[in-house]
Design a binder for this molecule. Structure first.
Ligand SMILES: [Zn+2]
Length: 105
């Protein structure tokens, strides 16, 4: 089954994850109590509020950047199966809206 959002059943606490084309990696959010709102769709998912990922490297003076590292900041809205990257992202898709990629099952 193809899907853009994975939401493993029977897992507590509940969470969902998607593949971020800006970071070329997985972002996961809690969909349990106090977590993100999810519209229940795997093919055209919507998550609220926005997803903000900070790696925290910029404030770690001991960290030495390496080729292929994920970006420092990724900030997005996932809406109807598309991902809107906000302007504060530190990757190449900042300010762009693209389709979420299908997950490999
Ligand atoms: Zn990302």
């Amino acid at each position: 089954m193809m899907a853009k959002l994975a939401h493993p059943s029977g897992v507590d606490p509940h969470y969902a994850w998607f593949h971020c084309p800006g970071c070329n990696g997985k972002h996961a959010v809690s969909t349990g109590p106090g977590g993100w709102g999810w519209n229940g769709s795997h093919d055209a998912p919507t998550l609220m509020p926005s997803v903000l990922v900070r790696t925290g490297r910029a404030v770690d003076p001991s960290y030495i950047p390496e080729e292929g590292d994920p970006p420092e900041i990724c900030h997005s809205f996932v809406t109807d199966g598309r991902i809107q990257f906000l302007g504060d992202c530190t990757h190449a898709l900042a300010g762009h809206t693209v389709e979420l990629p299908e997950l490999k099952s």
